[in-house]
Design a protein around this ligand. Structure first.
Ligand SMILES: [Zn+2]
Length: 216
């Protein structure tokens, strides 16, 4: 095992593929996982589980390749990348909403012109997780999870479990239509921003969202 140069998790693409083969993953799932891992730059457990979640959600929705889909991810960690790569639900195309609730769960729905959409919410099922002690220990962020010695075991358990640690529910989500806007000039910095982002008398960069100080 060579220490990973690809992010913080140990990663040799060859070994990764052999491991997926040994755990009986389908060609389709292997392709998904390889693409997501390359995008994420490491085979973090969360992106692996997230990939199985997206795969399940797409199947439940009966989504066809290339279909315009929307998603909500309940954690900013790892799982959003699976939605971005597998389902083209991205932050840039504004179809991905991240609500940092801290649950490993996601909701996916097809495009609609209605004010609400029927969606499927896929989540890690804590009851089912009990059958997979290594994933369970990792997910609980327990001190019993020793990353250097258990990372491979964890990966194998995730591959073997696949969807078996997931559950889903049918839910309804609100749909926000395209917003009309006009350009407004901030009196503090002189830049223009959409009017609906104005904070009383200034832009967010001069207001509550200021995040840098000039150094020259
Ligand atoms: Zn400003």
């Amino acid at each position: 095992m060579t220490p990973g140069k690809h992010g913080k998790h140990t990663f040799s693409p060859q070994e990764f593929n052999t491991r997926m083969d040994n755990c009986g993953l389908s060609l389709k799932m292997k392709d998904c996982l390889n693409r997501v891992v390359a995008f994420h730059s490491s085979p973090a457990p969360g992106v692996l589980i997230g990939s199985f979640m997206v795969d399940l959600a797409l199947e439940l929705l009966g989504a066809v390749p290339g279909e315009k889909l929307y998603g909500v991810c309940e954690t900013p960690k790892c799982a959003p990348d699976a939605l971005q790569v597998i389902a083209n639900i991205t932050t840039g195309n504004n179809r991905l909403r991240i609500i940092p609730i801290g649950k490993f769960a996601m909701t996916v729905n097809a495009a609609t012109t209605n004010p609400t959409a029927e969606a499927v919410r896929v989540y890690i099922d804590l009851e089912k997780l009990k059958r997979y002690p290594v994933i369970d220990t990792w997910y609980a962020n327990s001190p019993a999870f020793d990353k250097p010695t258990m990372a491979i075991q964890l990966q194998e358990e995730i591959f073997r479990a696949g969807r078996d640690i997931l559950s889903f529910e049918r839910v309804r989500v609100g749909v926000s239509g395209k917003r009309q806007w006009k350009s407004l000039t901030c009196p503090c910095c002189g830049d223009t921003i959409p009017d609906y982002l104005f904070e009383q008398d200034r832009c967010g960069g001069c207001g509550s969202m200021k995040y840098y100080e000039k150094i020259s």
